[in-house]
Design a protein around this ligand. Structure first.
Ligand code: GAR
Length: 203
């Protein structure tokens, strides 16, 4: 059984999808902790499911690297990234760049879901940027985190057509409807050994 740690910053609808899927009999992974950089509303989903949560605030650390070390320790306390089984860390709406030390510690057992078809529109405003660029198509990418910003090896993608006149919020909602099942299925494939995690190329 693959141990998962999920990282969030917001409402946690992807987390909720993972909680529901991993509660199904036969799903080959379970969530052992949910961590956030802030008092994310989505932490309530984990609390309701009896999953341990923690908040590790960058503002309480002297540096980004130190924040990463504290976050790593909070996750490792639950048996992810220690011992013979590496586990998997899933960044599902964490709105911060993970520091290099954290990435080196866990990658390639460290994945992210991003609301665009990478390499197009990396960064924190992917949906807005796709609309601003007049993209006719966008979507979602699940990828391994490397030391760049949304540059790691792509695992899975799903695309949709942009509808003329739709707002950023409307488009993001439609992307999330694609994103949740794609993330759940990617995690299932990794846990079942159907999808190998390639080592990221050096930065
Ligand atoms: C998701 O669409 C995720 O791809 C995005 O935040 C949303 C979180 O939604 N992440 C990024 O934009 C990271 N750059 P959720 O809190 O409802 O799961």
């Amino acid at each position: 059984m693959l141990k998962l740690a999920v990282l969030i910053s917001g409402g946690g609808s992807n987390l909720q999808a993972l909680i529901a899927a991993t509660a199904e009999p036969g799903f080959p992974a379970r969530i052992v902790c949910v961590a956030s950089d802030t008092d994310a509303p989505g932490l309530a989903h984990a609390e309701a499911a009896g999953i341990p949560t923690c908040v590790v605030r960058p503002g309480d650390s002297g540096s980004r690297e130190e924040w990463g070390q504290l976050l790593a320790a909070a996750i490792q306390e639950h048996g992810v990234g220690t011992g013979p089984e590496p586990g998997l860390i899933v960044s599902a709406g964490l709105m911060r760049i993970l520091p290099a030390g954290f990435v080196r510690e866990f990658s390639p057992h460290l994945i992210n879901t991003h609301p665009a078809l990478l390499p197009r529109f990396p960064g924190a405003h992917a949906v807005r940027d796709a609309l601003a660029a007049g993209a006719e198509e966008t979507g979602v990418t699940v990828h391994i985190i490397d030391e760049g910003v949304d540059t790691g090896p792509v695992l899975r993608q799903a695309a949709l057509r942009v509808v003329a006149g739709e707002s950023e919020a409307e488009l993001h909602e439609r992307i999330k409807e694609l994103e949740r099942p794609l993330l759940v299925e990617t995690v299932r494939e990794i846990a079942a050994g159907e999808l190998e995690l390639p080592a990221p190329s050096p930065a």
